[in-house]
Design a protein around this ligand. Structure first.
Ligand code: VGL
Ligand code: ZN
Length: 212
């Protein structure tokens, strides 16, 4: 932290940075266009928050959200899991791999790193609930116990993990701002427009213009 940039946000406010990992950046296995362009701005934002939380997509190599785990399935197709529809992704963010590491430029001295998607049978876009929408990650309890009421979100990808984290946070009663200028999207079949509309309807405060 630079000396002239002391935290200036309220102590009941946390910055939650979603999945700013190599595999979601250019050159990565599930590269989000311009995903790395947010890193400098996100680091500057971190200077202003005393409470900083990072999430890390963290899959076993045979995770069932991977197309490769379903013989004949193409990446970006959809399948039906016991918990509902699931996009099948390229293999990404495998536990311990370089792709699962945070972007090397990201400031990572956050107080909590929350890993998600670590169970083979179930994906987890949201930082709060796995994709069955009922299995909690524990983050809500952590935040409540810490007296946090307000969240600012940024990261990757706008239309998947940021979106579902923001929507769940609203359902759980948190005040939520998403910094769209510090997010980037995968944008699969209109998923970015849908994400923005859903977040707005749920009372998420959207700050900064979504690029592209
Ligand atoms: C994500 C797809 C699969 C994300 C994670 O971080 O938005 N998207 N796994
Ligand atoms: Zn994933």
């Amino acid at each position: 932290m630079s000396p002239d940039a002391a935290p200036d946000t309220a102590p009941d406010t946390a910055l939650v940075l979603i999945d700013i990992q190599n595999d979601f950046c250019p050159g990565g296995a599930l590269a989000v266009p311009d995903g790395d362009a947010i890193v400098a701005g996100v680091n500057a934002l971190q200077d202003r928050f005393a409470v900083r939380i990072l999430t890390q997509d963290w899959h076993p190599a045979d995770h069932l959200s991977f197309a490769a785990s379903h013989p004949g399935a193409e990446p970006f197709s959809e399948t039906l899991m016991p918990y509902g529809r699931q996009v099948l992704w390229p293999v990404h963010c495998v536990q311990g791999s370089r792709g699962a590491d945070f972007h090397p430029g990201l400031r990572t001295d956050a107080e909590l790193i929350l890993r998600k998607g670590f169970r083979r049978e179930i994906d987890s876009y949201s930082a709060f609930f796995e994709n069955d929408r009922v299995t909690p990650t524990g983050l809500a309890g952590y935040l409540r116990e810490r007296g946090i009421a307000t969240l600012v979100l940024a990261g990757l990808a706008t239309d998947f993990c940021v979106r579902f984290s923001a929507l769940d946070a609203r359902k759980l009663g948190f005040d939520v701002t998403v910094r769209l200028d510090l997010c980037r999207a995968i944008d699969l079949d209109g998923s970015l427009a849908a994400a923005i509309a859903e977040m707005r309807a749920a009372g998420v405060v959207l700050e900064g213009a979504a690029p592209g």
